[in-house]
Ligand binder design. Sequence first.
Ligand code: PMP
Length: 284
Amino acid sequence: MCVILYNDQFVARKEGKVDIEDRGYQFGDGIYEVFRVYYGKVFLMEWHLNRLQRSINELFLTLPYPIEQIEKNIYALIEKNNIVDGTVYLQITRGASGRNHLFPTNTNPVLIAYTTHLKREEAVVKEGIKVSLLEDIRWLRCDIKTLNLLGNVLNKEKAHQEGSKEAIQHRGDIVTEGCTSNVFIVKGGVLITHQADHFILNGITRMYVLELAAKLGIKIEERNYTINECLLADEVFITSTGAEVTPVIQINDHLINEGKPGPITEQLFSEFENEIKRMGMISK
Ligand code: PMP
């Protein structure tokens, strides 16, 4: 039977009841994290917990209990649900209170977490994907991993209707990120991605890939780049916890690298894969 984490209790999914005035439900007043599980172990756990803590701080939320206990509970949840290859979704809201925009004074945060099974082959498209270019319509604190995802949802849906797997979003001329991923381009052997500021979520996979690239001696530039630079790039790829390193081979009607994944993308892809395989060889 599938078990979820409800605050600090492990309960059957149908027991996980959310109040109709939970602020996450009414205002999107909460934060979340998605953890990737390979071989029953959480990939880059510390990085995700650090980002979780940052999101909490930025929204003046409080953790319902210490982060060390949250970490233990995540592992317990993985064990209880026998997750070998999958994800853990965890969210914390400001809690339930009579509807009022002001922060409630005596409400406890509500934490829920659940697991999914996910096979790498289903999430990662090695041969590359088509994406749509769409105006970024989100608010100006995209660096916080909040439950407010409507801008992302609308653009992801629009991209889907255009036959694309993802949207590359831009503010005016500047490319920001995907709806559920970060975007990288390669030009003349240089790896370029938007700097980690308020306009993007600093993806865990983004940071990890930058670390891998540095180890491989690839030159990196974290800066604003334009739509034109993206269209004229030698290679384009996206990164996320689920999609890992996924090549982009088409943007709207325009082919990138003649519709094939490029060499630096493939190098990063296989380095990423090797790291995961190494994880499988280390005991828990
Ligand atoms: N940007 C956005 C808007 C996202 O939703 C995600 C995925 N949650 C990412 C980037 C990638 O982040 P991560 O590598 O931590 O999954």
